[in-house]
Design a protein around this ligand. Structure first.
Ligand code: PHE
Length: 357
């Protein structure tokens, strides 16, 4: 019995894995294990012999079982120690400078605009960037033959040979979100929809992908006057000026009637832009009263509801506010540019905290 004990205690101490331990358990105290077989012998012993051997065998079995359990725990501890050693991380170390990121001006401005409109009761809505041509055009009162389709320099997706359905498009504006939001939420509704849009165009002020923010407010008696107030409030808050003059220029969009493009009074002194003063005007958005056909496409009854919509270029107003001359640099991922024009990650824009500290 002492030999058995020494043998197994030794083997257990040297076992290198849980599966080796399990093999040892079977060998020693499993149903046909060495110690179990010895216990079966008890039946053939004299009562006196049994009285001595029985408790000793039971004690041996217990000792082996607890040695196995202890070793199993030790192996698990070692594995954990090993893992902790290899995954060790000193969280008190300062951030490695090469890992320091910044918030992109487009993200920053999107947050700023969202904060301002949230204060006026607008919720954020979203739609897909790959859009059906119905949402991007037809639902917005732009039928198949309409010149606006050609003017938009649309990117079309590819359909398989023999598939006659109209191809999907990369949305050319955020206006399809107007339709989706009305279908989802009905009227009254007050939303803004920031996001990426696509047009085949590339120069100093145009990139094939850029960002817009759509606004939509539908209720019983919303008029152009409300549009004007909302936009003035927005521009004052966004450019952080007390007074600002907006100019509503009659324009045309298929999805609004009447339509207006909105310019902001500004000056260019020594190449820097000042908003709210001067003799120049700068176009910042398109807008108007939502066309009855558009309301109908959104399942909203134009006899009961009316309202305004606008669409604004986010990159454009980011360039204006932060004096960034070339739009293309927005999307070059040049770290030096990002460090120069980027924002600190924890400067969350709020109206009360200052939009762009
Ligand atoms: N969708 C228009 C554009 O991209 C902007 C717009 C939106 C105009 C809403 C009027 C109303 O140019």
């Amino acid at each position: 019995m002492d030999n058995l004990r020494d043998k197994y205690i030794d083997l257990i101490a040297n076992a290198g894995s849980e599966s080796a331990l399990e093999d040892l358990r079977v060998q020693a105290i499993g149903k046909k294990g060495e110690i179990s077989l010895q216990m079966r012998e008890l039946g053939r012993m004299t009562p006196e012999e049994r009285q001595v051997a029985g408790p000793r065998l039971n004690a041996l079995k217990d000792e082996i079982a607890s040695a196995l359990a202890a070793k199993k725990e030790a192996l698990a501890d070692n594995a954990l120690d090993e893992r902790l050693r290899s995954e060790w991380l000193d969280v008190t170390l300062p951030v490695r400078p090469r890992r320091q990121g910044t918030i992109h001006p487009v993200s920053q401005v999107t947050e700023e605009v969202t904060a301002i409109f949230a204060d006026m009761g607008f919720a954020v809505a979203e739609g897909p960037q790959i859009e059906s041509d119905w949402y991007n055009f037809d639902a917005l009162n732009i039928p198949g033959h309409h010149p606006a389709r050609a003017e938009m320099d649309t990117f079309y997706t590819h359909r398989a040979e023999g598939d006659d359905r109209p191809p999907h498009v990369l949305r050319t504006h955020t206006s399809p979100v107007q339709i989706r939001a009305m279908q989802d939420q009905g009227a009254p509704i007050r939303i803004i929809a920031p996001g990426r849009v696509y047009r085949a165009d590339y120069d100093m002020t145009h990139t094939p992908m850029f960002h817009q923010i759509e606004g939509l407010a539908i209720d019983k008696d919303i008029s152009m006057a409300n549009l004007k107030w909302v936009l003035e409030e927005f521009v004052k808050a966004f450019f952080e000026v007390d007074d600002v003059e907006l100019r509503f220029r009659a324009s045309h969009f298929p999805f609004t009637e009447p339509s207006a493009e909105v310019d902001i009074r500004c000056s260019w002194e020594g190449g820097t832009l000042k908003v709210g003063e001067g003799d120049d005007w700068l176009e910042i958005l398109g807008s108007g009263m939502v066309h009855p056909n558009v309301l109908r496409a959104g399942n909203v009854d134009p006899d009961n509801w009316q309202g305004f919509a606008f669409g604004m270029g986010i990159d454009r107003i980011a360039m204006l506010k932060y004096g960034i001359p070339d739009l293309r640099a927005f999307f070059d991922s040049d770290l030096r540019w990002l460090r120069h024009y980027g924002f600190a990650a924890l400067d969350v824009p709020t109206l009360r905290g200052g939009l762009s500290r």
